[in-house]
Write a protein that binds this ligand. Structure first.
Ligand code: A1D88
Length: 249
C-alpha cells in the first residue's frame, strides 16, 4: 500500500511508501484526508506523525497521470485542498518527518503540519512554474518569508531544510539515519501531554493565525485552472513525460 495509517498507542503514523518518488495520483491524494480524520477521531491518539520511506518525502502529484488525464485537474485540486486542510485543521498536532525531496504537494503537507523534523540534505521545492501548474505558496509561506517563497516560485529551485531551520520553521535537522527515532522522540513528548489540552491548544493556535492558508491555497487553485487552460501547461507536462526536463517557452 503506498499510503498507510498505523496506530501505535498514542502516536498515529501516516507513512508514504510509493516508489519511485512518492508522487501520488488522484486515488492517492483522495485517501489521505480520511486517514487524518480516522487517526484524530481515535481517543487514544494524541499526535500524528507523517513520514516516508524511499528516496524522498514526497515528489508531489503524479505528473504522468495529469499529462494523460488533464481533465482530472478539478478532482485532483479538490483532494489536494482537502488533504492540506485536514492536516492543518486536525484536532490533534501533526508532525512531519522530512527527508530528501519535499516537492509540490509535499511542501503543502509540510506547511500544513504543526512541527517539522528534517534530515540533513532534505530540500523544499515548488517546480510548478515548469509543470504547467500553480499553487503551493500559501503553505510554503507558513514556513518561509515572502521573498524566499517568491524566488522559489519563480525559479522552481530548491530551498535546503537547513535554511528553513535558520528561519525557525524546521524544529530540528538530524542525520538521515536518526530521522525516524528523532521524530518519534519528539512525538513522544507531545504524547505525554493531556489529550484535552492538546486539542484545546490546537484550536487556539489555529484561530490566532493571521491568515487561513487553506483558504489562500483554494484561491491559488483557481490560478492552477487558469494555467491549465493555457497551451503551455500541457506542453510542460508532455515535456516532463518525454524526459525533456522543464519546457522553455
Ligand atoms: C498540488 C501539488 C502540485 C505538485 O506536486 S507540482 C510538482 C510535481 N512534482 C515534480 O515536479 C517533481 C518532478 N520530479 C523530480 O524532480 C525528480 O524526479 C525527483 C527529485 C522527485 C527525484 O529525482 P530522482 O531520484 O533523480 O528520480 P528520477 O530519475 O528523476 O525519477 C524516477 C522516476 O520517477 C518518475 N517521476 C518523478 N517525479 C514524478 C512525478 N511527480 N510524477 C510522475 N512520475 C515522476 C520519473 O519520470 C522517473 O520515471 P522513470 O524511471 O520511468 O524514468
Amino acid at each position: 500500500m503506498p499510503i498507510t495509517l498505523t496506530i501505535k498507542g498514542a502516536i498515529a503514523e501516516i507513512l508514504f511508501d510509493h516508489p519511485p518518488v512518492n508522487a501520488f495520483d488522484t486515488k492517492g491524494w483522495e485517501s489521505i484526508p480520511a486517514m487524518v480524520y480516522e487517526a484524530a477521531a481515535n481517543e487514544d491518539v494524541k499526535v500524528i506523525l507523517i513520514r516516508a520511506e524511499g528516496r524522498g518525502f514526497c515528489g508531489g502529484v503524479d505528473i504522468k497521470e495529469m499529462a494523460a488525464h488533464p481533465e482530472r485537474i478539478a478532482k485532483l485540486n479538490k483532494d489536494n485542498y482537502l488533504t492540506f486542510k485536514a492536516i492543518r485543521e486536525c484536532a490533534i498536532p501533526v508532525v512531519g518527518a522530512l527527508h530528501g525531496f519535499v516537492i509540490g504537494g509535499g511542501v503543502n503537507i509540510a506547511g500544513a503540519c504543526d512541527a517539522l523534523i528534517a534530515a540533513e540534505g532534505a530540500y523544499f521545492s515548488l517546480p510548478e512554474i515548469d509543470r504547467g501548474a500553480m499553487g503551493g505558496a500559501a503553505f510554503m509561506s507558513r514556513m518561509l518569508p515572502v521573498q524566499m517563497v517568491r524566488a522559489n516560485f519563480f525559479t522552481g529551485g530548491r530551498i535546503p531544510v537547513e535554511d528553513a531551520y535558520r528561519h525557525g520553521s524546521v524544529h530540528k535537522v538530524v542525520p538521515l539515519e536518526n530521522l525516524k527515532d528523532e521524530a518519534y522522540a519528539f512525538c513522544e513528548i507531545i504524547a505525554s501531554k493531556s489529550r484535552a489540552a492538546l486539542v484545546i491548544a490546537k484550536q487556539a493556535l489555529n484561530l490566532i493565525e493571521p491568515t487561513d492558508p487553506s483558504a489562500h491555497y483554494r484561491i491559488e487553485q483557481g490560478f492552477t485552472l487558469e494555467m491549465y487552460m493555457h497551451e503551455d501547461s500541457q506542453k510542460a507536462r508532455d515535456a516532463f513525460v518525454d524526459n525533456k526536463g522543464a519546457a522553455k517557452f
